[in-house]
Design a protein around this ligand. Structure first.
Ligand SMILES: Cc1ncc(COP(=O)(O)O)c(C=O)c1O
Length: 395
């Protein structure tokens, strides 16, 4: 395989880069994939290089060829100066936040944020003297009214967890830049394939690579990608906290990334097809999908995203546990599980009422979140129709 010149590599499309980057044929005897490098100790060839820490790899926790390959690929996808690997998406969020915050700081967090991110703010940042204010996902440039002299970080997540509101990221970033605030976003829904936060001026892009990048529901991993300005702080925090993920999970994520483009595209098409079908079904009060005009922030989705992934929610036109259970228990193709982004479809009930504080959550029905997999969407729609029929019967 001839090595491409850098000027050609720079012109390659993301799908091509997903197939090409993070490979080391010269160093892996021509084998296509970098294997899992297991190791804590790295031996130095002589005292001089040991004294000067001059080995290419210095210690297992500080990186190995497998982790380096994943970082390289992820940097390409997100347009980042550097990436750090964490043992879960939740750990990626906390590592990113700790890399920018100190006692006495204030952080603005979107109200529709992933719940454990909110828990971290309430249970830990508060304990260390960091104050959090939650903001309406539709706030846009209006976020300036919430900025305090000590506001250090704005933490976005778009589309929002469970309810899928899409934020006006460029408007928020403009306010942040004016006030010297570090911006971060949980980009798990999209990955760099569908939305590249750093191209929009965001400093830090966080991904629970547990979802689409690994893609097979068998790995937990988080990736934090940063621009040049924030990378040193991120790397220092990651190193000082002693964060490390074993090479098997890194390897499986690299393997998943090779097919992520086609998986996400297929899952996005299937999910939109299922969501549109549900719009007209009796018993479905609302469909919350960022590619549908009814979704708050749909105009920003159309402007900023390259397409949808496989996630959306519905609000059922029922309130009783019995009817929600009848719906879920009569689905044969949807697992009930708290993750997403795998090849298999999932459905989970949700209720944001207890943890939305900047906005009122009163949908008038019970919420179900779907992660659509790679099954034929017509089979999924028929399955959902059976669930809805059972729900009506239980009423
Ligand atoms: C938006 C979002 N961010 C982060 C995470 C955390 O990822 P992990 O489960 O790998 O800790 C999740 C998990 O569901 C998520 O939905």
């Amino acid at each position: 395989m001839r090595k491409l010149e850098n000027r050609i590599v720079e012109t390659l499309k993301p799908a091509t880069k997903l197939a090409l980057k993070g490979r080391r044929p010269d160093e892996t005897f021509g084998f296509v994939n970098v294997p899992p490098f297991r190791g804590s100790t790295v031996v130095y060839p002589d005292a001089e290089s040991c004294l000067a820490h001059k080995n290419r790899y210095t210690y297992g926790r500080r990186g190995n060829p497998t982790s380096e390959a994943l970082e390289e690929l992820w940097n390409e996808l997100e347009g980042a100066a550097g990436t750090v690997i964490c043992p879960s998406g939740a750990s990626a969020v906390t590592t990113a936040m700790l890399s920018a915050l100190k006692s006495g700081d204030h952080v603005l967090v979107v109200d529709s944020v992933y719940r454990p991110t909110r828990n971290f703010c309430e249970n830990h940042l508060r304990r260390f003297g960091v104050e959090t204010t939650y903001y309406d996902p539709m706030i846009g440039a209006g976020i300036e009214a919430l900025v305090k002299p000590n506001t250090r970080v704005i933490m976005m997540e778009s589309p929002g967890s469970q309810t899928f509101e899409v934020q006006d990221v460029p408007a928020i970033v403009a306010v942040a830049k004016k006030h010297g605030i570090v911006t971060m976003i949980d980009n798990t829904y999209a990955t760099g394939l569908l939305f590249r936060p750093l191209d929009f001026g965001v400093d830090v892009s966080i991904n629970a690579a547990t979802k689409y990048p690994s893609g097979h529901s068998d790995v937990l991993i988080g990736l934090v990608a940063a621009n040049e300005a924030h990378l040193p702080a991120l790397k220092a925090t990651h190193g000082d906290l002693g964060i490390y993920l074993g090479p098997d999970d890194v390897f499986l994520t690299l393997r998943g990334l090779r097919t992520m483009n086609i998986r996400m595209r297929e899952q996005g098409v299937n999910a939109l097809h299922v969501a549109k079908a549900l719009e007209s079904r009796k018993g479905v009060k609302r469909v919350l999908h960022p590619a549908l005009p009814s979704c708050p922030g749909h105009e920003f989705f159309k402007r900023d995203f390259k397409g949808p992934s496989g996630m959306f929610s519905i609000i059922l036109d029922v309130m009783s546990d019995k009817q929600v259970a009848a719906f879920l228990n009569n689905l044969g193709l949807f697992g009930m599980g708290y993750s997403w982004g795998g090849f298999e479809s999932l459905a989970v009930p949700f209720d944001c009422t207890p943890f939305r504080t900047a906005t009122t959550y009163a949908p008038g029905g019970r919420g179900i979140r779907f992660s659509i997999g790679l099954e034929d969407p017509e089979d999924l729609i028929a399955d959902l129709d059976r669930g809805l029929a059972a729900m009506h019967e239980a009423g």
